[in-house]
Design a protein around this ligand. Structure first.
Ligand code: 4AD
Ligand code: MG
Length: 478
């Protein structure tokens, strides 16, 4: 099935057998005695070196072998004469599928800025950095499915088009087929959504959780892994308008079980990357330490592999929101008025507060629980004190919130009260409320932002660089 990939070829013994290579040229170098072509097919960060003799091919053909051009090479796999690789290919036949005009091709063998690469997102997968990121992203996604399969969770496909707003934040993209120039109106003059495709208002989902809960009330343990959309106008290095979320939902899990699962799960997938993405992680670690060389000593980061191993090998710190507020109130930046936002019980923690707790105080991942009910979603289970809910957020160094979750309110009356309190029309989620009427059960779940995980594992600093084609305000080009 298809040609051998460069990853496989690089592992073979150089016994002069005939091989065929297909890939894109990274560099071409001509010396007096030979022409060297470094070829990459994306199967690995490493290139394979192919060597031709001067005069073996016409100058005309060689002119079309440029950085970015695509080749088919047939030749002998031999021991490499040079250092840096064990094997190389002695070219016998060379075919150019497509050349890339060096005057026009934007990727040249030099370091390009990440900002520039975002403008050519259609070509950036061909760089070492993005090749590494995309392979790691794949491995993490694979590990997610493997983990849940091993733990006997069922993958539930929740809808992408919904009529509800699970998080209640109103940050939804509308889905409609109405003609925006000729909107149908009701007698009162409002837009008549009865005439829209679904006969009602519809939007892209902000979370698969509500439908996930329906699955858990039948299959006990489910997870979703799908695209999620938020029309929040946040131009930060941590937010995307379209991101992927993994949402497990478990019947008979209380908050403590939920925390145990979240911690075990993220450690498992990070460990999987450490074991299966060694070359790509080593490349990214090296890239980061090169970048760090220009920074003052105290701003340099911990080497990537060390950082990942530390997270995998150490228990996360668990504390309540109330305890966290106490720590913040006693902290130096609070006393010296260095925090931009005020600290006090009831506030929604801002990222400077989260970063203080994780990066300065505990120096490790933190799970915060039992947040004030006012700042959390309607579906979270009320604590006995009536003031806090059984929420949990997992906070990571350099990332902030990576997971948000909770035990769910399983009592019908209490849930209905919250629904009214936050102003949701119960009619619109009658099916969700039904689960609390028919065989309700204690249950819990959480959502892991997949790109925030990839951001952490790759050590990149902008979430727009860990998804192939990022969507953010004013950007949906590719
Ligand atoms: O905390 P959030 O909003 O929680 C939920 O959506 C729940 N329904 C999850 C659940 O309990 N099943 O989002 C969960 C996670 C966040 O912790 C964050 O990692 C990520 O999703 N996230 C984003 N990632 C990228 N861009 C955005 N705009 C994000 N918003 C949330
Ligand atoms: Mg959250």
């Amino acid at each position: 099935m298809g040609p051998l990939q460069i990853k496989e070829l690089l592992q073979q013994t150089p016994d002069a057998k005939s091989v065929t290579l297909k890939g894109w040229v990274r560099t071409k170098r001509e010396s007096k005695n030979a022409i060297f072509i470094a070829l990459n097919d994306g199967s690995t960060i490493h290139n394979i070196q192919a060597v031709a003799a001067p005069g073996q091919f016409s100058a005309e053909l060689l002119l079309t072998v440029t950085t970015g051009s695509c080749l088919k090479i047939t030749g002998q796999l031999v021991e490499s004469q040079g250092s840096g690789q064990a094997v190389e290919v002695k070219i016998e036949d060379l075919h150019v599928y497509g050349t890339a005009d060096p005057e026009a091709y934007p990727l040249q063998p030099k370091r390009h800025s990440l900002e520039f690469l975002r403008e050519i997102a259609h070509l950036r997968p061909r760089t070492n950095t993005f090749g590494a990121i995309l392979r790691i992203r794949h491995s993490l996604a694979f590990a997610v499915h493997q983990y849940f399969n091993e733990k006997r969770f069922f993958y539930l496909h929740t809808p992408i088009i919904t009529a509800s707003d699970a998080e209640g934040a109103g940050e939804m993209f509308r889905v409609t087929t109405l003609d925006l120039d000729k909107l149908p109106r009701t007698e009162e003059g409002a837009i008549n959504f009865k005439e829209d495709f679904f006969g009602r208002e519809a939007n892209l989902t902000v979370s698969g959780q509500l439908e996930g809960e329906l699955g858990a009330m039948a299959l006990s343990k489910i997870y979703t892994f799908g695209p999620t959309f938020r029309a929040e106008n946040s131009n930060t290095t941590r937010h995307l308008a379209e991101f992927w979320m993994i949402e497990p939902e478990m019947a008979f899990f209380e908050l403590e079980d939920n925390m145990d699962l979240a911690e075990d799960f993220v450690k498992y997938v990070i460990r999987y990357a450490l074991e299966n993405c060694k070359d790509d992680l080593a490349f990214l670690e090296n890239r980061l330490s090169e970048e760090d060389k220009n920074k003052p000593q105290n701003e340099r980061s911990i080497p990537l592999l060390e950082k990942l191993s530390f997270v995998v090998d150490n228990p996360f710190e668990r504390l309540t929101y109330t305890e966290a507020i106490d720590i913040l109130l006693k902290s130096k930046p609070h006393k010296e008025k260095k925090f931009q936002y005020p600290v006090g019980w009831g506030i929604d923690l801002s990222s400077e507060h989260e970063r203080y707790l994780v990066e300065k105080h505990f120096k490790k991942p933190v799970i915060l629980t039992n947040y004030p009910r006012e700042i959390k979603s309607f579906y979270m289970k009320l604590d006995d004190d009536g003031k806090t809910v059984r929420a949990m957020d997992v906070l990571f160094p350099g990332i902030g919130e990576i997971i948000g979750g909770s035990q769910r309110e399983d009592n019908y009356e209490k849930l209905l009260e919250r629904v009214h309190e936050v102003g949701i029309d119960p009619e619109t989620i009658w099916w969700y409320l039904d689960t609390r009427k028919f065989g309700t059960a204690p249950h819990s779940g959480f959502g892991l932002g997949f790109e925030r995980l990839v951001l952490f594992v790759t050590g990149m600093s902008n979430i727009r660089d860990v998804i192939p084609f990022p969507r953010y305000p004013k950007s949906a080009e590719f």
